[in-house]
Write a protein that binds this ligand. Structure first.
Ligand SMILES: NC(=O)c1ccc[n+]([C@@H]2O[C@H](COP(=O)([O-])OP(=O)(O)OC[C@H]3O[C@@H](n4cnc5c(N)ncnc54)[C@H](OP(=O)(O)O)[C@@H]3O)[C@@H](O)[C@H]2O)c1
Length: 327
């Protein structure tokens, strides 16, 4: 397995990580047996960077992941997150108060059935709590041996700098893919400068760039992607031209669209760690193949430029979640 360093921590993580969010819900049709077999095979194939969160299926995701990693703890670098919950009617609750961070950490440890978390993120930045206070609380958890490293998800450059002044930040996690390039606006550079790893979530555009679906009607009724602006009928037909472009470039490189999308993210910097989500062994095998696809800087620029020409329609999250971003 190819590896990459996690920022300045000295930890070597698999170049391909594993996003666990969709294993037991959220996207597509649930099949727990296949999901379990997929995660086990991923670990056996050398993927050691696993990403979950307290909010995924309200703790059920952590319980599921925990049931698998407990017997494989020495082969896994486990990341989870606190501070984000869903309220009624799709509302978003961000809470980074010290007492919430502490109790959430204990609850995650309990659900996961492990005695420490390798990387503990603030899932979103709470604008009502100074970042110094939240990171100070995370630093206490490091000293207590409950977590090893601190991460911030969807933070601004300014928040990252303030956090680093309190305690080293091991990783920033944000959405990054060939059609979501917001982190190029200073965040990727700041991570490189500060020795912070950059974990790229949704590298496959939630499956859309991989050709997994093209229209809203392709998705099951309870699929979370039905609430995503980019997949609404008024945007999906236009955005499908971007998926077509990815497919065209993939054909030129002799790889699959998913491999091209992951290879593009990997090619943007050695400090970048993509965590695609997958719940079938077929997708796992396909995604591992991305590690063999090498794109030149010129090829990467050409793909991004062609996508820029077309333009992406729709925000990358529903309105309540867009408002919860730290920008
Ligand atoms: N920090 C945050 O706020 C945040 C937000 C979102 C996600 N995340 C993390 O990032 C991870 C990945 O993001 P994501 O799951 O949103 O999106 P993603 O990785 O871009 O896409 C996942 C989707 O792509 C499909 N897929 C995977 N491999 C494929 C292949 N080779 N061919 C065709 N389709 C393929 C999956 O289908 P199957 O499931 O059927 O295999 C799934 O529907 C999550 O699991 C989570 O850990 C973090």
């Amino acid at each position: 397995m190819q590896t990459r360093l996690l920022g300045a921590t000295g930890e070597r993580l698999s170049a391909l990580g594993f996003g666990c969010m969709g294993l037991v819900g959220w996207y597509g049709t649930r099949n727990d047996e296949e999901a379990r077999a997929t995660l086990i095979e991923a670990i056996d194939r050398g993927i050691n960077h696993l990403d979950t969160a307290a909010s995924y299926q309200v703790g059920e995701n952590e319980r599921f992941v925990g049931s698998i990693i407990r017997d494989r703890r020495d082969r896994v670098f486990l990341a989870t997150k606190c501070g984000l919950a869903r309220g009624p009617g799709g509302s978003v609750i961000v809470d980074n108060r010290p007492e919430t961070i502490r109790s959430s950490c204990d609850a995650s440890l309990e659900r996961l059935g492990i005695d420490h978390i390798d990387l503990f993120y603030l899932h979103r930045i709470d604008k009502t709590v100074p970042i110094e206070e939240s990171v100070g609380t995370l630093a206490e958890l490091v000293r207590a041996g409950k977590i090893r490293y601190i991460g911030l998800s969807e933070c601004s450059v300014q928040t990252l700098r303030r956090a680093c002044a309190v305690h080293p930040v091991a990783a920033v996690q944000s959405e990054y893919s060939v059609w979501t390039r917001d982190p190029e606006d200073g965040l990727l550079d700041a991570c490189r400068e500060l020795g912070v790893g950059f974990v790229a979530y949704s590298p496959l555009g939630r499956g859309f760039l991989a050709g997994n679906f093209r229209r809203l009607e392709d998705l099951p009724p309870d699929d979370n992607r039905r609430s995503q602006p980019r997949f609404q009928d008024e945007n999906a037909a236009h955005n499908a031209r971007i998926a077509d472009l990815v497919r065209e470039f993939a054909a030129r490189k002799g790889c699959t669209p998913a491999q091209l999308a992951i290879a593009w993210v990997l090619a943007q910097g050695e400090h970048i760690l993509p965590i695609p989500g997958m719940k079938t062994r077929a997708h796992l095998a396909d995604n591992l193949g991305a590690l063999e696809v090498k794109l030149t800087a010129e090829e990467c620029r050409e793909i991004a430029a062609r996508i820029d020409e077309l333009g992406v329609r729709g925000d990358r999250h529903p309105p309540a979640m867009m408002q919860a971003l730290d920008r």
